[in-house]
Design a protein around this ligand. Structure first.
Ligand code: GCO
Length: 264
C-alpha cells in the first residue's frame, strides 16, 4: 500500500521551466515515479529537444511544448494542444521563474514588473487555465515553487521576494477556493540550491557562498535531486488531504536564527 501512495503512473505532469535546473530535477523524479512529463521552456526549441533526450535517456516519457507562461494566449493554446496530443493535465508544477539582483532603490520599474509578471502572475495564468479541467474531472494537483524569499527578505532580491511572498499567499488562496473540487494546491520552498540561477553567488570565494553554508544547519548547498521527494509527495495520493501548505526543503534554514561564523 505505501509504495502505491507515491505511484504517479498514468498521470500527466506539466512542469513549467523544466528544461534545466530545479524544474528538470523535480520533473525527472515525478517521471521516475511513473508520470508522463510535459516539458516546458520558452528560450528555444533546441533547449527543449536537448532536455527531451536527457529525459528519454533516463527512461522517462516526456513531450515538449515551447510557450511563454507570461503570455495568456500562448498558455491557453498550449494547454489545448497538450490536452489533445497528450491528455488532460493531472499535475501542474509552476516552476518557471526569473530573478534580478539589484538594490530596490536602483531597480528599474519595468524590471520589477517583469519579475512580478513571470514569478507571480504566470503561476496564476497557467493555474487558472489548467484548473478548469481539474474542476470538471474533480481531481488535480498544483504545486507552486516558492522560495526562502516567501518568508525572508535579502539584500538585492526585493522584487523576487515580493513575487515569492505573493506566490505563498496565492497558493493559500487557490487552496481556499479550489480544494472543494478535490484539487490539492501546495507549494515547495527550496532553500539554497546549486543551480545556474545561484551560480553567480556560489562561486568560490564569493562571500555569499560561505554565508549560506554557515546559515544552513545542514552545512551545505542543496542538490536539485533533494527536491524530488517533495515533488512526488505533493503530486501523489499521499498528499490528498494536504492543502495550502508550503513544504520547505531548505536544510533547516528557516528553523534557526543562525550562528556566529566561528561556532560549529
Ligand atoms: C538569492 C537566491 C535565492 C534562491 C532561492 C532561495 O539570490 O537569494 O537566488 O533567491 O534562488 O529562491 O529559496
Amino acid at each position: 500500500m505505501s509504495i502505491e501512495l507515491f505511484n504517479l503512473s498514468g498521470k500527466i505532469a506539466l512542469v513549467t521551466g523544466s528544461t534545466h535546473g530545479l524544474g528538470m530535477a523535480m520533473a525527472k523524479a515525478m517521471g521516475r515515479a511513473g508520470a508522463t512529463i510535459v516539458v516546458n521552456g520558452n528560450s528555444s526549441q533546441e533547449k527543449i529537444d536537448k532536455a527531451l533526450v536527457e529525459y528519454k535517456n533516463e527512461g522517462i516519457h516526456a513531450v515538449g511544448f515551447k510557450f511563454n507562461v507570461a503570455d495568456e494566449a500562448q498558455v491557453v493554446s498550449a494547454i489545448a494542444e497538450i490536452k489533445s496530443q497528450v491528455g488532460p493535465i493531472d499535475i501542474l508544477v509552476n516552476n518557471a521563474g526569473i530573478i534580478k539582483r539589484t538594490p530596490l532603490e536602483e531597480m528599474e520599474v519595468n524590471d520589477f514588473k517583469q519579475i512580478i509578471d513571470v514569478d507571480l502572475v504566470s503561476p496564476f495564468i497557467v493555474s487558472k487555465h489548467v484548473v478548469k479541467d481539474m474542476m470538471v474531472r474533480k481531481q488535480g494537483k498544483i504545486i507552486n515553487i516558492c522560495s526562502m524569499m516567501s518568508e525572508l527578505g535579502r539584500n538585492t532580491v526585493g522584487a523576487y521576494a515580493a513575487a515569492k511572498g505573493g506566490l505563498k499567499m496565492l497558493t493559500q488562496n487557490m487552496a481556499t477556493e479550489w480544494a472543494k473540487h478535490n484539487i490539492q494546491i501546495n507549494g515547495i520552498g527550496p532553500g539554497y540550491f546549486a543551480t545556474s540561477q545561484t551560480a553567480p553567488i556560489r562561486v568560490d570565494g564569493h562571500p555569499f557562498n560561505e554565508f549560506i553554508v554557515n546559515r544552513t544547519p545542514a552545512g551545505k548547498w542543496g542538490h536539485p535531486d533533494d527536491l524530488g521527494g517533495a515533488a512526488i509527495f505533493l503530486a501523489s495520493k499521499a498528499s490528498d488531504f494536504v492543502n495550502g501548505h508550503v513544504l520547505y526543503v531548505d536544510g533547516g534554514i528557516l528553523a534557526t536564527i543562525g550562528k556566529p561564523s566561528n561556532e560549529n
